[in-house]
Ligand binder design. Structure first.
Ligand SMILES: [Zn+2]
Length: 489
């Protein structure tokens, strides 16, 4: 076999790179003249961060733990530009972890809040809103939060609340040694937060404020998961699943009226996968009744909780197959590092006809799963920061989303529980995905594709998608114009 000439080699090499680029997510997007100007600018910003990383890999933001890069990201011109970009939708986020915990800090100033226990881990305090002092808990007396505030001062109390409802740690690598440990703390946050956030006035404020925050982060549509915990008030009234979804629906409509360019909200009922068979039967009944009562607002069904320790899908498949076919599935699956263990949930999710897959972190190890994802056009909801904080990956460059990007898999970027790791509703995940998961060559076309995918793979009807794309286009063109102006200044 003779060798090719250097000229031929160079041609082959250029073709090779071209073929790889043409397979990547976003390569089919055609940029107009103005978009190309913005693209040059954004690629300059991206290159600057890549160059620093190449010289000193420790300083490359996606190579570090997110908690240790927060200040650096805040100062990044690339991040600031991504914040301004209309990013479309969040398709994977959880009810009480979207809006920042400042709303909860504010809520702890309300009257009638009681606390039992100190701000210690791993056994966090319990909270309860009640007109009168609740009965002692295992012999321990409740104290009014107002009295504790007087004792330790507002600043001290507020900081305790912030620390309690966040996974943030200055030394996260040593503080969280394994996935089960951090999932324990993570689940405790939800449990401890529940009696504060489910007090009806707080429930309403928190959800509405979450919408305000994602709107401010240039996200204009939300499809969120919720477990529908009982909501309560001071008159001992408890609100059930249908009443809670009605609250969500009414607040979403109110928000749309005051923010006409906002696209909307849909809800995915997602109870805990730890429940026993009786509980699971109850969940299915709730899913059926919600679907009947809110056919357009309730998008479908999912299960939440740590997959490695929760019940596997095989426990539920037979019953899930009996659910009304009109109820769509949006299963979390493959949020694990195990190979042929928990990750088999991916196979179940696909065979059950899931519309999207939450995380799909382990899908990269399953060629048949990957084939079906493309064949059935199942969208993978990537949540990169969540995967790092919850200990599936250390360096974002090793995230499997990198592969999904490189071979045009149907994916969206989402944020899971951004409030618990001090992230913005979506911009931080977009920034990490663009800089850490995407190749150095992937450009504005990828970002535009991710925003468009978030509308395309949503549960909106065809007509809703047309309107959503129209609204998003206006916002996008405005962003392009504004960016060109700012570059010229
Ligand atoms: Zn999730």
């Amino acid at each position: 076999m003779s060798r090719v000439s250097f000229e031929q080699f160079q041609v082959q090499r250029a073709e090779f790179i071209n073929q790889e680029e043409n397979r990547a997510l976003g390569s089919d997007v055609v940029l107009n003249e103005d978009e190309q100007k913005v693209n040059s600018h954004i690629m300059k910003l991206k290159k600057a961060e890549l160059d620093v990383g190449f010289k000193t890999p420790r300083d490359f933001t996606p190579a570090r733990h997110f908690f240790q890069a927060l200040d650096k990201i805040k100062a990044s011109p690339l991040f600031q530009l991504i914040q301004k970009m209309p990013k479309g939708a969040i398709l994977h986020a959880h009810d009480t972890a979207i809006g920042s915990m400042e709303t909860i800090v504010k809520a702890t100033h309300k009257d009638h809040l009681w606390q039992n226990g100190d701000f210690d881990r791993p056994d966090p305090p319990k909270f309860q809103f009640s007109k009168s002092k609740p009965n002692p808990l295992n012999g321990s007396e409740w104290r009014s939060v107002a009295a504790i505030r007087r004792e330790i001062g507002n600043e001290g109390y507020n900081n305790n609340i912030r620390n309690l409802f966040s996974l943030y740690h200055a030394d996260p690598v040593n503080a969280y040694q394994c996935i089960n440990q951090i999932w324990g703390t993570f689940s405790n946050i939800f449990i401890s937060l529940e009696p504060i956030v489910t007090y009806k006035p707080v429930w309403e404020e928190y959800f509405y404020q979450s919408l305000e925050e994602l709107y401010a982060d240039n996200v204009s549509y939300l499809e969120f998961r919720g477990v529908l915990p009982p909501v309560y008030d001071l008159e001992n009234h408890t609100y059930g699943p249908e009443e809670i979804v009605q609250i969500y629906y009414d607040l979403s409509e109110k928000f749309k009226k005051t923010h006409p360019d906002f696209i909307g909200v849909k809800f995915i009922y997602a109870p805990h996968r730890l429940g026993d068979d009786d509980a699971f039967k109850g969940y299915m009944d709730i899913a059926e009744s919600l679907h009947k009562k809110f056919p357009a607002f309730v998008a479908g069904f999912d299960l939440v909780g740590q997959e490695d320790l929760g019940r596997p899908h095989v426990d539920f498949n037979e019953r899930l197959l009996k659910m009304s076919p009109a109820i769509q599935f949006f299963f979390h699956a493959g949020e694990t590092n195990w190979n042929y263990g928990t990750d088999e949930n991916l196979i179940d999710a696909i065979l059950l006809g899931t519309k999207r897959i939450g995380h799909g972190f382990a899908a990269i190890k399953h060629p048949r799963v990957l084939e079906e994802i493309k064949k059935r056009n199942i969208c993978i909801e990537l949540n990169p920061i969540s995967n790092q904080v919850l200990k599936l990956v250390d360096d974002f460059r090793n995230h499997p989303g990198s592969y999904y990007f490189s071979d045009n898999y149907p994916v969206v970027i989402s944020s899971d529980d951004p409030a618990f790791w001090c992230a913005s509703p979506l911009s931080h995940d977009f920034y990490i995905a663009f800089l850490g998961l995407a190749s150095a060559r992937q450009d504005l076309r990828l970002l535009k594709k991710l925003a468009l995918n978030s509308i395309e793979y949503s549960a909106m009807s065809k007509a809703e998608k047309v309107e959503a794309k129209h609204k998003w286009n206006i916002a996008w063109n405005n962003f392009i114009d504004q960016t060109i102006k700012s570059i010229a200044e």
